[in-house]
Write a protein that binds this ligand. Sequence first.
Ligand SMILES: N[C@@H](CCC(=O)N[C@@H](CS)C(=O)NCC(=O)O)C(=O)O
Length: 225
Amino acid sequence: MLHLYHCVSARSFRPLWMLEELGVPYELHMLPFPPRVLAKQYLAQNPLGTVPLLVDGDTRLTESAAMCQYLADRHALGKLAIRADQPAYGAYLNWLHMSDATLTFPQTLVLRYAHFEPELRCQPQVVADYSKWFLSRLRAVEARVLEQDYLCENRFTAADVAVGYAFMLAKHLELDSNFSAPLQAYWQRLRERPAFLRALRIEQSAAIVQGVDPTPAPALRLAKS
Ligand SMILES: N[C@@H](CCC(=O)N[C@@H](CS)C(=O)NCC(=O)O)C(=O)O
């Protein structure tokens, strides 16, 4: 049985969405945000205190994009993967890595300096600069989805899940109104997927059942903790 440690709407949504796409059984462990502060016992599982953590027997992963790749390769006969011998493999890896290193990275600065820091430490200039940074980095996605519906081989893959989470976070950060028409259409395709909608419902109901605040992490203020 796979175990996923997750906070509502955090990057751990990537593996949750993947698991729902693949129909792989798993146990979902909901944590309050930030677990580092509010669930100190979790540090024994993941010393970083971050989510996600995916445990599969002796295998433990703490990087959400790597989890998308791992689950696609290991748990569904490659249904959502691109194989190393396929022409789109390099592009596939590039999207997977880009999803967090290039797209989510600037978003986390916006998140921190607009939402998480106490009022006096908020940094409007950082928020403005990194919002712009994020939106300009979406140009690569825009160019791709102008040509085809999905990022690789014109079919839905783990790369769309990894990149799709950056769109979900952008919605929470209210950056989505700046999306161009092709980006809006791509995001629409992703968020209409039954597995995406199921993952949203599952994280809410699991949070309630497990006694965790179901407010999406990006909407919380760290000061609240
Ligand atoms: N690069 C990692 C980042 C993990 C990460 O920073 N997760 C955030 C939630 S989106 C977290 O747990 N933050 C809580 C903290 O920093 O204490 C990934 O993609 O999984």
